[in-house]
Design a protein around this ligand. Structure first.
Ligand SMILES: NC(=O)c1ccc[n+]([C@@H]2O[C@H](COP(=O)([O-])OP(=O)(O)OC[C@H]3O[C@@H](n4cnc5c(N)ncnc54)[C@H](O)[C@@H]3O)[C@@H](O)[C@H]2O)c1
Length: 453
């Protein structure tokens, strides 16, 4: 139903509704200009390339995608949704401060500093397909010159920089690691859509394969960032920090989900309980929900487990989170005998406002409905019928249904009207974002995950 391999990255997030992101790079004064190569000009790499160029360096970016390269060289953003990116490219490219090439070797040969953010393909178990990263190493290595610093920003399992990246670059370049070649890791901690704002706000973490590497790479980052650049002491510490941030979120959500299933058994509304618990400073319980999808939260804890197979809590977090689609369906089954019934799943995307289905809850929700004999159809304001069919799902035929499940918290579903779910006896709110008044007035029952039901 869903592609096995996915790129371990985030999708663009609709932050417009939250706040207006800072749309210009914040840069330090008195920069000693050098040439920097940025490898892989995607949603992460291109804004970083712009940030570096805006600080006064000359940037040569490399990407295998010719259209991306052509658009950048025309001063245009190759993808929408990144605040300030198009404006910055329109200024920096004609000024000769940033250009793109399909030749990684050409970009690297000119650079004192190389930043690489290629995607790492993974499946839901965290099994990695290293081909893209390895291809980048093969292209970068022979072009490195003495004294160059190389920083990987792609999220990876602990040990990757030391065991996979550094030895291959040293071998291909013939340079002595830690003396003639400096290799380190610096995780991307920003959200696409507001990269310049986040780069100005969150400390940039840097870890080297030696302390000398770390110091030199950190100095490069200080030359184009205004946020604190924090030296972590080792590449492993920097790699682990990124995995800790994301693993914390998955385990925290799992805890909220466990509370929610209990609350639904015993009849307590968990919403006010979490709000009350979080009103003192030691409790930071996240929100329960039908699924944990996307490119990062379901995946990076798997990277953590690769290094720590003994971790019980982390492994259990995924087990709990994977129970939630079936829990959502079970709430609907309290009112609707599902066998042979028509159920509308609202939202194919893994979360609201994002056109991305990586590890989306829509797939297990539909699977569970079908297991119980229901006819599951899917609708999503961001996907047309052909796109939903292309995902291996059945698009809604517009006919009345017996029940519905909100899978993605799209803004369109917050004040759901009865005509959006015609005939539904019950709507399960899988995201806790539904104002059920319209439905309630029309006699449609709303059951929220963790709502006490
Ligand atoms: N997007 C995010 O919000 C985010 C956040 C934190 C971390 N990250 C990290 O950044 C990484 C990249 O994510 P992204 O969102 O920028 O991906 P993306 O899919 O937007 O871009 C990837 C780019 O890499 C290019 N590419 C592929 N193979 C290449 C090669 N061999 N040489 C050069 N370029 C190549 C592609 O053409 C594409 O332009 C992720 O794997 C993740 O670890 C992303």
């Amino acid at each position: 139903m869903e592609e096995e391999l996915r790129c371990a990255r985030h999708a663009s997030i609709d932050y417009a509704a939250v706040s207006a992101p800072l749309a210009t790079p914040s840069v330090p004064h008195d920069v000693r200009p050098i040439t920097v190569a940025v490898i892989a000009l995607g949603k992460m790499g291109l804004p970083i390339a712009v940030q570096i160029a805006a600080a006064g360096h000359t940037v040569v970016g490399a990407d295998v995608d010719e259209t991306t390269v052509d658009l950048i060289n025309a001063g245009k953003a190759p993808f929408p949704g990144e605040a300030g990116l198009a404006e910055a490219l329109a200024e920096l490219v004609p000024a000769g401060r940033l250009r793109a090439t399909t030749s990684t070797a050409e970009a690297v040969a000119q650079a004192e500093f190389v930043v690489a953010v290629p995607p790492l393909m993974v499946d839901i178990d965290g099994n990695t397909d290293w081909r893209i990263i390895d291809a980048v190493l093969e292209a970068v290595g022979p072009a490195l010159k003495e004294g160059t610093c190389f920083a990987l920003e792609t999220t990876v399992p602990v040990g990757t920089t030391r065991d996979r990246i550094a030895p291959r670059l040293a071998e291909l370049s013939g340079l002595e690691l830690g003396v003639e070649l400096n290799v380190g890791f610096s995780p991307e901690r920003v959200f696409s859509g507001r990269v310049f704002e986040d780069l100005a706000k969150y400390p940039k973490l840097v870890g080297g394969v030696t302390l000398a590497c770390e110091r030199k790479i950190a100095e490069h980052y200080r030359s184009f960032l205004t946020a604190e650049v924090q030296e972590m002491g080792s590449a492993e510490a920097a790699e682990l920090t990124k995995l800790v941030e994301t693993t914390y979120r998955e385990v925290n959500i799992a805890l909220a989900n466990e509370f929610a299933m209990y609350a639904d058994r015993v009849g307590i509304d968990l919403g006010p309980v979490i709000a009350a618990a979080n009103s003192q400073p030691f409790s930071h319980v996240h929100r329960p929900g039908v699924a944990v999808g996307g490119h990062c939260i379901p995946i990076y804890p798997r990277f953590y487990l690769q290094g720590d197979p003994h971790a019980k809590l982390v492994a259990h977090g995924r087990i709990v989170n994977e129970e939630m689609p079936a829990h959502a369906v079970s709430l609907l089954a309290r009112d609707v005998e599902l066998d042979g019934k028509r159920v509308l799943v609202l939202g194919a995307a893994y979360r609201g406002g994002v056109k991305e289905t990586a590890f989306s809850g829509v797939f297990p929700v539909v699977k569970e409905l079908e297991r119980l004999g229901a006819i599951a159809q899917v609708v999503d304001p961001l996907y047309d019928e052909a796109e939903i069919t292309g995902l291996g799902l059945a698009p809604w035929d517009g006919q009345p249904v017996d029940g519905a499940i909100i899978q993605a918290d799209h803004a369109e579903y917050r004040q759901l009207r009865p005509e959006q779910v015609p005939g539904a006896v019950t709507v399960v709110d899988g995201r806790g974002t539904l104002d059920g008044q319209n439905l309630g007035n029309a006699g449609v029952r709303v059951r929220r995950i963790g709502g006490g039901n």
